[in-house]
Design a binder for this molecule. Structure first.
Ligand code: HSE
Length: 339
């Protein structure tokens, strides 16, 4: 399987590391033979049509920008040109999230489809803005779109619901889907500090962005709700169909009052029969959803099997990269059974 990697930040480097280091094992266990034939970022690309060797992938991690590599570098070659011109089966799209336009990921994904390439992405932007249209476009072009790493990082929340609960009917989903806000709320209640102090610590530890609106205003959670709603509950919605309220205005007093009632306050994304929402909610402290720190948790309410809760790390470079590998294996499996 020839792969074009678009985006070479934390997740992109994680994908390259995992593919290089687990190569032999995956070949042995799954007959899976991944070859990264190109890496493209905002400055240009590196290309080797026969596959960049694992040792070279390791060495490239220190080259900045990666396209300045003297042997296989193509400075200024755009990712769109790479997707158009380099022969490959799959584009792995891991560029930064943009929920206003979805770009540049939106163009990368649609270009991949139109040139007959499957897509694995960890980028929530295009999906949050246009998931129903993108899934249709993938079907029209007879290619697969996979996005396991967009929800739950390395924790297989989408697969768990789609595959393990396939014999049941999922009636509702509720989740703590953003590690940064969960960290802030946990710190506030455990250490009795203000929202601003907890946010500053989250920024110092590298959890929250310097401009943290995506996390604290609930948009990151909302993107994940859109993806869960489309993929698991077949609801053809986008970001504009949600009610979204973050935790920017939360006070210590609100947390204290919830605590007196045996509850804790969490930022919850939920999907049931009504408008999908993101808002702070009180959860009993003994509810399995009630995880602390940067952990994520999601509860699927099913018709027959009752409530099923999955807990895990929702972010991180190698964690999310492991979801990319899972998607690549899924595509490999689907292609093997296609004809
Ligand atoms: N910023 C996100 C979080 C990680 O804090 O959970 C990526 O989805």
């Amino acid at each position: 399987m020839r792969i074009i990697l678009v985006g070479y930040g934390v997740v992109g480097k994680g994908v390259s590391t995992i593919l290089a280091s687990r190569y032999t094992e995956k070949c042995r266990d799954f007959g899976f033979n991944p070859k990264i034939v190109a890496i493209a970022d905002i400055d240009g690309a590196v290309i080797n049509h026969r596959g960049i060797k694992p040792e070279k992938l390791e060495a490239l991690k220190k080259v900045r920008p990666v396209s300045s590599d003297p042997e296989i570098g193509y400075p200024n070659m755009s990712a769109l040109d790479v997707i158009e011109e380099v022969e490959a089966e799959v584009v792995v799209e891991v560029t930064p999230v943009n929920i206003k336009t979805g770009e540049p990921a939106m163009s990368h994904v649609t270009k991949a489809f139109k040139t007959g390439k499957h897509v694995v992405t960890t980028n929530k932007g295009p999906l949050a803005l246009a998931m129903p249209a993108l899934t249709e476009l993938a079907e029209y072009n007879n290619v697969y779109l996979r996005f396991s790493g967009t929800v739950g990082g390395g924790t297989p929340m989408l697969e768990f619901a789609k595959r393990c609960l396939a014999g049941d009917r999922i009636l509702g989903i509720r989740g703590i889907l953003n590690g940064t806000t969960n960290y802030i709320l946990s710190e506030m209640s455990q250490n009795r500090i203000s929202f601003q102090e907890a946010l500053a610590t989250a920024q110092k530890l590298g959890y929250a962005e310097r401009e943290p609106s995506m996390d604290i205003d609930g948009f990151d959670t909302a993107c994940k709700v859109v993806i869960l709603a489309n993929w698991i509950m077949n609801r053809k919605i986008t970001l504009k169909d949600l009610n979204i309220k973050g935790i920017r205005d939360i006070s210590l007093q609100e947390l204290d009052e919830a605590s007196k009632r045996g509850n804790t306050v969490k930022l919850i994304g939920s999907i049931d029969g009504n408008t999908p929402t993101v808002k702070q909610m009180e959860i009993p402290k003994n509810n399995p959803l009630c995880v602390s720190g940067v952990l994520n948790a999601v509860t699927f309410s099913t018709e027959f099997a009752g409530e099923q809760t999955l807990v895990g790390r929702g972010a991180g470079g190698v964690e999310t990269a492991s979801a990319v590998l899972r998607d690549l294996l899924d595509i490999r499996h689907k292609l093997a059974n296609r004809y």
